[in-house]
Design a protein. Structure first.
Length: 226
């Protein structure tokens, strides 16, 4: 039997080791490689073909949604299963739009993970019932669509960091942008969301279930926004 060659990209060694055990204990799957940051996963993707990629959405060195697009540019046929701590409401639709073939949160059981891996590796798309509902809502895009769904991917990434108190300086550093550019994104998202200050933005995030705890690599500077 030819085993599915899986590349695992996650910045936490415990997660990579856990996935390695699960994959290597499964006859039709193989843990064939690993990467711990955005740069290394791109290098791995470019150096050889893989049957599929399991990708953490929050990787050091690259914005998650941007990383999906770069991977698909380098290897268009490569199926990507996002394996994330973020709840589906926050990133699933955007990840699928960017080119991912499935989205699974890290609150999973082993059987569900294996089912998702096999479906994505075979060329299918894995979505939970909740994600399917989100996709249906996104396609219909009602006139009263939540304002955050109208943000560009970059604006949304800035939004998720602003509501956690990360400074514009830190956001600019993370995305390799100028503070002026980040300030422009902030102004645009404030306008689109109809808020006038950061407190309104935080309140909106809480009310819409968009505020959860970020992984350590995104806690860059929790200082006041300049």
């Amino acid at each position: 039997m030819t085993r599915v060659q899986v590349l695992v990209a996650d910045d936490h060694g415990v997660i990579r080791n856990g996935l390695k055990k699960i994959l290597d204990d499964t006859p039709d799957l193989e843990f064939a490689g690993e990467a711990c940051d955005g740069k290394s996963v791109l290098e791995k993707v470019r150096e050889r073909s893989w049957d599929m990629l399991i990708l953490d959405l929050s990787m050091p060195g690259r914005n998650g949604l941007e990383l999906i697009k770069l991977i698909k540019e380098a290897r268009p046929p490569l199926p990507i299963l996002i394996f994330s701590m973020h709840q589906e409401e926050q990133y699933a639709v955007r990840a699928l739009r960017a080119g991912a073939s499935g989205y699974l949160t890290k609150e999973f059981d082993g059987d569900l993970l294996l089912s998702a891996i096999r479906k994505v590796a075979s060329g299918g798309v894995y979505v939970s019932t909740k994600v399917a509902e989100l996709l249906a809502s996104d396609v219909s895009r009602p006139l009263q669509a939540p304002p955050h769904t109208l943000l560009s991917n970059r604006e949304y990434e800035v939004f998720t960091r602003l509501v956690r108190g990360i400074s514009l300086t830190a956001i600019a550093y993370e995305f390799s942008l100028s503070i002026k550019t980040v300030s422009t994104h902030k102004s645009h998202l404030f306008e689109k969301m109809g808020v006038i200050n950061q407190s309104d933005l935080v309140r909106y995030a809480i009310n819409h279930g968009l505020l959860d705890q970020e992984p350590d690599n995104l806690r860059i500077q929790h200082s006041s926004t300049i």
